[in-house]
Design a protein around this ligand. Structure first.
Ligand code: HXC
Length: 510
């Protein structure tokens, strides 16, 4: 028996060595951890149960029969993050560049199936060169199997991808179908085709960083949700992130004990809104002051900064926060902001996470650039997402809620459950100046008269009371009591049950 046990240990040691010390050293030299080191950091100590450690490829082309490495370029299994089960696969770049073979794909699909069956998040750590070139169509077939499972699991369990090295081909399409993508700055890249192919086809010369680095995908393409300085930070932030997420669409949101009093009064909020309605203020101050312990996990912080989205907790339970940001473009809704917020709202709705919407929006951004870029369709995405959402929805209008953007931002008319306004709220078709200039165009030459008209419009509409008189606003609340009022509303809504009419699926304006 001792001999057999020793054999097992020896075989395990070979598998754990992956592509060998030389390639491990090269991985470290580039500032990257190995697949197993990453899993160790991500999961609770000693919680990892590895599967399929001895799986090898079956390729016999290009001399591959003589080059087999147990594990075949991906480490798979399950473990816990702060006590909660997650399934994980980590590409091992030291083995055939983490490229995907038929057997490598089988290892991943086994984990995807187990995650779905057992209703737990599935996390992929990517550092790979795409389809194993020597395997041809067998590798492409393998990707197809992975992609299909990404889609079937979408909206059932959270799927998260972390890009921790160069990723090309199939290794970008699978992450693209997951819920969140995080990247590591300077060492990770995502592109369908790399710089060499780009040069051949388009004659364009770009570096990997310019083509698909973290800076590109977090600020320009919005493919990635966040970027971190190194592997360690990315994995520690991922652990923090998982604490916010329910395990599946059937599980309740996680509850973390908190010492932050739900009744906490924040006097400073009474002076958050500047006297001048055109002066900006930082909406993040409001978010940090109302969520538990100021703990807010922002998503897509560097993209479409005119809207802020992310996760916080109220009385220990996760909420999704969506807030116009007056500091950037006056908080206007444009195509990018609408798409960003719509995707976030839909994620929260899939997983039963209540929505807290903070509104200060002067409308949709006018201009040819926006109209040609499809503002109508992108704006409609957000309107659609809020309208179909059946999770509890609590809205607070702090200042402006103008025009179509008033309707879109979780208004009462699209099933906002509890809609509050601060006394500083202005709910109108447009700002007083614009309104007076349209209504009294013939008086435009008379500055004094126009000022009078603006004042008239302000007095009539630049307040929350016209909407409150109609019941579109449930209550005008004191800013300092916002945390208390929102928490109480969320408590009241805990057993909310609303269903949309049966359909195969909706047809959101993609
Ligand atoms: C087999 C691969 C491989 C691949 C890398 N390797 N990619 N082996 N199939 N796709 C191997 C290399 O031979 C090398 O082996 C080791 O991995 C490390 O690769 P290097 O090139 O030395 O590393 P680096 O310079 O860091 O470059 C990494 C890279 C580059 C950018 C990923 O290797 C690369 O461009 N690979 C090809 C990418 C690609 O075009 N993939 C196919 C995409 S098509 P040794 O033995 O020397 O360590 C696709 C189809 C699916 O994925 C599409 C579905 C929609």
């Amino acid at each position: 028996m001792q001999e057999i046990i020793q054999q097992l240990e020896d075989r395990r040691a070979v598998a754990r060595a992956g592509g060998g010390q030389r390639r491990i050293d090269s991985q470290h030299k580039r500032g990257k951890l190995t697949a197993r080191e990453r899993i160790d950091l991500l999961l609770d100590t000693d919680s990892f149960e590895e599967y399929d450690m001895f799986v090898e490829h079956r390729c016999t082309d290009f001399g591959m029969e003589g080059s087999k490495i147990p594990g075949d370029g991906v480490v798979t299994g399950w473990g816990t993050v702060n006590g909660r089960t997650v399934f994980v696969f980590a590409k091992d770049f030291t083995v055939f560049g983490g490229s995907l073979s038929e057997t490598h794909a089988r290892k991943i699909t086994k984990i995807q199936d187990m995650a779905l069956q057992n209703r737990a998040p599935c996390i992929g750590l990517f550092d790979a060169g795409g389809a194993r070139i020597q395997e041809g169509v067998a590798a492409l077939g393998g990707y197809g199997e992975v992609f299909l499972r990404n889609v079937l699991a979408s909206g059932v369990i959270p799927q998260i991808s972390v890009i921790m090295g160069p990723c090309a081909g199939g290794d970008v399409y699978s992450p693209a179908m997951t819920d969140f993508i995080f990247m590591v700055k300077d060492t990770s890249y995502m592109f369908v085709t790399g710089p060499d192919v780009v040069k051949t086809v388009t004659n364009e010369e770009v570096t990997a960083e310019q083509l698909g680095g973290a800076s590109v995908h977090t600020t320009k393409s919005s493919i990635a949700d966040n970027a971190y300085d190194n592997d360690v930070e990315a994995l520690l932030q991922l652990r923090r992130f998982i604490d916010f997420l329910p395990s599946s669409n059937l599980a309740a949101v996680p509850e973390l004990p908190t010492s932050d009093d739900a009744e906490r009064v924040e006097d400073s909020l009474d002076t958050l809104i500047p006297e001048n309605p055109n002066q900006p203020y930082d909406i993040k101050e409001l978010i940090l002051k109302i969520v538990d312990e100021g703990d807010f996990f922002e998503i897509q912080e560097s993209f479409a900064r005119n809207i802020v989205v992310g996760f916080g907790r109220m009385e220990g339970r996760t909420v999704g926060v969506i807030a116009n940001q007056p500091m950037v473009l006056a908080g206007v809704l444009d195509s990018d902001a609408s798409r960003k917020a719509a995707r976030f709202v839909r994620f929260c709705d899939c997983f039963g996470i209540p929505l807290v919407t903070l509104v200060d929006v002067p409308g949709f951004l006018p201009g040819t650039a926006q109209e040609y870029g499809g503002l109508i369709k992108h704006g409609a995405k957000l309107l659609f997402a809020y309208s179909e959402a059946t999770v509890p929805k609590v809205t607070v209008i702090t200042r402006k809620a103008y025009g179509g953007a008033y309707d879109v931002m979780s208004s009462k008319h699209i099933r906002g459950d509890v809609n509050y306004a601060w006394p500083s709220a202005e709910i109108a078709v447009m700002g007083p100046k614009g309104a007076a200039e349209i209504l009294y165009r013939s008086e435009l030459g008379n500055a004094e008269q126009i000022q009078k008209r603006i004042k008239e419009y302000e007095d009539r509409f630049a307040n929350p009371f016209v909407a409150a008189e109609r019941g579109y606003i449930d209550e005008v609340i004191l800013p300092r009591n916002t945390r208390r009022r929102v928490t109480r509303a969320l408590n009241m809504l805990r057993n909310k049950k609303t269903e949309n009419p049966w359909k195969k699926h909706d047809n959101i304006p993609l």
